[in-house]
Design a protein around this ligand. Structure first.
Ligand code: ADP
Length: 484
């Protein structure tokens, strides 16, 4: 159950994961259904979706449907509830005015409630063995399933085991307490032992409290969220359930992210034939109005531009790049202040810095193919995908040593370079000075073409596909079934 799924709807890494994991699980014998709201953009792409079941009353409105189809190899089930999801403008969570949709509590309670009905085998004659919830938008399913268990031993047995994956603990689905009467939950669910959360309610807490298995998207982040500093209010509860918490690093979908076959890349290349990458660099420089130069490194950013992602630190560290004559290309949307600062920088450093404000999937591929390095200075990062794409594209990641970034990039220190295992650059603590040091180290290595190419080759041949992660998820599902 999910609120995003690539290529149907995407605002971030969650979509990439949900779009790829079922495909990676299929060869392992796992049959999946992805349950997703029928946002208008999704419905337009899935015109073949057919009614599976009617739901006469789904949190108001004239009636809703569950419809299903196959798309891009995925079996997708949609919650068709026009009163909740068929909105003009805005995105999955945010309206055209830039604020959250005012009824998000109902929209994602509805998704979760339908998810629970499917889990209980009440929709379309299909019942899953295991229920996998993604993030707060789906997490309230755990509350409905917990409530169903209250109806006696037989009812409890009919509830399949569940797993919650937390893609980012910062997003907790917190709403005022007074929305609870609308949620079709028993009063006992809305107590301190339930979804009550520091005077409000939290949908994520339902999943953390009641799912049989908890996962997050890297082992380091799984450890970090148990600390007071990074637990974001959940550390106590997570610690109490730490024996059920696992960290599994995301893979990348290499049908989509492979520089040898990527349709958005002008000159395909691979670890064995890396030279054409230079054409992509020149093409990107031309596209963005940067000076066409091979002798200076081109750093890039493809990201939400928020404080979490640490781009205020990059703004502070820019003198290091200027001193080296390096270039920077930024593609992102987010906080107005950070956007404006990068736009100003592009104006004052024409030919050296380019900023594109927007969300542009094809352009993100051209950035990965054309840049020499990608900067990910996150203050915290559950997994991070852009550094994985960077590895695959020989676009060396410069990353903060936190969460999934710590788990996926091997710093090009002396020992790692000598042993031929380095794949990028890490810095810690996460501040502008240390970021500057890492950027400077990257520039120095770039100047040594052979050494740079050795690291590129190593990065490009590192296993970053879904194979390992899919096996780890299957293992979790099997443990859940064995524990019944
Ligand atoms: P998060 O999910 O926290 O935003 P991730 O690194 O896990 O960060 O995933 C971000 C995903 O969104 C990646 O696939 C990245 O390429 C994509 N992305 C982020 N910003 C943009 C943008 N402005 N244009 C295109 N793709 C973007």
């Amino acid at each position: 159950m999910t609120s995003e799924c690539y290529p149907l709807v995407k605002t971030g890494g969650l979509a990439d994961v949900v779009g790829a994991l079922p495909l990676a699980l299929a060869p392992l014998g796992v049959e999946t259904r992805v349950l997703l709201p029928a946002y208008p953009g999704v419905r337009e792409q899935l015109t073949a979706a057919r009614k599976i079941a009617a739901i006469p009353d789904l949190f108001g409105g004239p009636g809703a449907l569950v419809a299903g189809t196959t798309a891009e190899g995925l079996q997708v089930w949609l919650v068709e509830a026009p009163h909740l999801f068929a909105r003009k403008g805005g995105g999955p969570y945010i309206g055209p005015d830039g604020n959250d949709w005012p009824d998000n509590h109902l929209r994602f309670a509805a998704l979760s409630w339908v998810g629970a009905q499917i889990a209980l085998g009440k929709v379309g004659g299909w019942k899953p063995d295991v229920v996998h919830l993604h993030d707060w938008q789906a997490a309230l399913t755990a509350a409905y399933l917990h409530a169903a268990k209250g109806a006696g031993a037989a009812a409890a047995k009919a509830v399949p085991p569940s797993m919650l994956t937390i893609h980012n603990l910062a997003f907790q689905g917190v709403f005022p307490h007074d929305v609870t009467p609308a949620l079709k939950l028993p009063a006992t669910a809305v107590t301190h032992d339930g979804i009550e959360y520091w005077g409000n309610i939290s949908y994520l807490k339902a999943g953390v409290q009641w799912c049989d298995r908890l996962g997050t998207v890297s082992p380091t982040y799984a450890r970090e969220i148990l600390t007071h500093e990074q637990g974001m209010g959940f550390d106590g509860l997570l610690k109490a359930r730490a024996d059920r918490l696992v960290g599994i690093v995301n893979g990348i979908d290499d049908r989509i992210w492979d520089p040898a076959t990527d349709q958005h890349v002008a000159a395909p290349y691979s670890a064995r034939r890396i030279a054409p990458k230079e054409f992509n660099k020149a093409a990107l420089q031309v596209e963005l109005g940067l000076h066409v130069r091979t002798d200076v490194p081109l750093f890039c950013v493809v990201s939400r531009l928020t404080t979490q992602k640490g781009f205020d630190l990059l703004l502070e560290a820019m003198p290091v790049l200027h001193a080296r004559g390096a270039q920077l290309a930024v593609l992102g949307t987010g906080d107005r202040e950070i956007q404006d600062a990068f736009q100003r920088l592009a104006e004052t450093h024409k030919g050296q810095v380019a900023t594109v404000i927007g969300f542009d999937e094809p352009m993100s591929h051209r950035f990965q193919a054309g840049a020499d390095a990608i900067v990910v200075p996150s203050r915290f990062e559950p997994c991070g995908l852009t550094q994985l794409y960077g590895l695959r594209y020989g676009t060396l990641p410069v990353v903060a040593r936190v969460g999934g970034l710590a788990d996926t990039v091997i710093d090009a220190n002396e020992a790692a370079l000598r042993d031929g295992v380095a794949t990028g650059f890490q810095f810690s603590p996460v501040d502008a000075m240390q970021l500057g040091v890492a950027l400077d180290r990257a520039c120095a290595l770039f100047a040594d073409t052979l050494a740079w190419q050795r690291v590129q080759k190593r990065a490009m041949t590192r296993e970053v596909g879904w194979g390992v992660a899919a096996g780890a998820y299957l293992d979790q599902y099997q443990r859940l079934l064995a524990g019944r």
